[in-house]
Design a protein around this ligand. Structure first.
Ligand SMILES: [Zn+2]
Length: 42
């Protein structure tokens, strides 16, 4: 399961849910868990 984190980074996690750090995306969108807008990571 340690590979999971690596895969998430490899796919590009430019956007992340403020409430769910494990929910990331390479483009803007909404969190599937809570529906909040994803915010750009720094
Ligand atoms: Zn969320």
């Amino acid at each position: 399961m340690k590979n999971v984190n690596f895969q998430i980074e490899a796919t590009g996690d430019k956007y992340v849910c403020p409430m769910h750090p494990d929910v990331t995306s390479d483009k803007a969108g909404k969190c599937p868990k809570c529906g909040m807008n994803l915010v750009a990571k720094k």
